[in-house]
Design a protein around this ligand. Structure first.
Ligand SMILES: Nc1ncnc2c1ncn2[C@@H]1O[C@H](COP(=O)(O)OP(=O)(O)OP(=O)(O)O)[C@@H](O)[C@H]1O
Length: 242
């Protein structure tokens, strides 16, 4: 299994709001794509559909030729899709260690002992060891982001979907996350990064897709997208026009 994603004529409506308006995109295995756009442009909705959390109103998403539809987090983990959320979704009443094991143990053939050892090593790199046996409800926002990132590190992902992964994270650990993202990418993992932190997007990604009101307004090399008049207009609106 590789990690190729194909999005075809995708539409997502919430009542009268069309959040995604019929978009087509193909991401090759091993691409590291930055997904940008002003607030409400459809970035999180697109990740939620790719990750199986929302069903599309029409159109489809294929992962290595197979539709990914309405799957549970455990099924997603098994399929090799790692995901972080804009509003973190850690299991608050479980300990950090238990959180780390949830997805990892869903992968067939994983022994508990090996998973625990790996989880301890990952928690250590994220400076969360002393909290391993605490409930996740005790974490700060930045630490919860790190725990989600750690859960992805427990899988051997082929696709990683990151929605604002750096919010509130200490700069040293942010650098660690950058390194890990580059390492995943170098080993052929397909990564989609949604972030309002343009330094991260333009520092990490070799392809940037810009959305506005549910449509693709630019798709290409970071420098070209950054200078694209439609992108400047979407972000700056009337100020830019003036
Ligand atoms: N569950 C929902 N129910 C109703 N409307 C929704 C829902 N989720 C998203 N929307 C609407 O869909 C549109 C796209 O929202 P989305 O959260 O995908 O944008 P975004 O680009 O991720 O924004 P932000 O940068 O603020 O996170 C918005 O108009 C939003 O209000």
């Amino acid at each position: 299994m590789s990690g190729q994603l194909q999005i075809r004529r995708l539409v997502k409506s919430f009542g009268g709001v069309q959040a995604i308006k019929g978009i087509d995109l193909t991401f090759a295995q091993g691409e590291l794509i930055g997904l940008i756009g002003p607030n409400g442009s459809g970035k999180t909705t697109l990740l939620n559909i790719i990750g199986g959390y929302y069903n599309a109103t029409s159109g489809d998403v294929l992962l290595d030729g197979q539709r990914c539809d309405g799957k549970s987090p455990v099924q997603l983990a098994r399929a090799g899709i790692g995901r972080s959320f804009q509003v973190t979704k850690v299991f608050k009443r479980l300990t950090l260690m238990e959180n780390m094991l949830v997805g990892a143990l869903a992968v067939p053939g994983t022994s508990r002992k090996a998973a625990e050892e790996r989880a301890r090593a990952v928690l250590e790199t994220l400076l969360l060891t002393r909290l391993a046996d605490q409930p996740a409800s005790s974490l700060s926002g930045g630490q919860a982001k790190l725990l989600e990132f750690g859960r992805i590190m427990m899988l051997s992902p082929r696709v990683v979907l990151l929605d604002e992964p750096f919010g509130g994270v200490h700069p040293d650990l942010k650098r660690f996350m950058y390194d890990k993202i580059r390492e995943w990418n170098a080993s052929g993992v397909t990564i989609i990064l949604v972030s309002h932190d343009m330094g991260s997007i333009f520092g990490l990604c070799r392809r940037v897709v810009a959305l506005s009101y549910g449509e693709i307004i630019a798709d290409g090399l970071p420098e070209a997208v950054k200078a694209d008049p439609a992108v400047l207009e979407a972000y700056l609106g009337d100020n830019h026009a003036a």
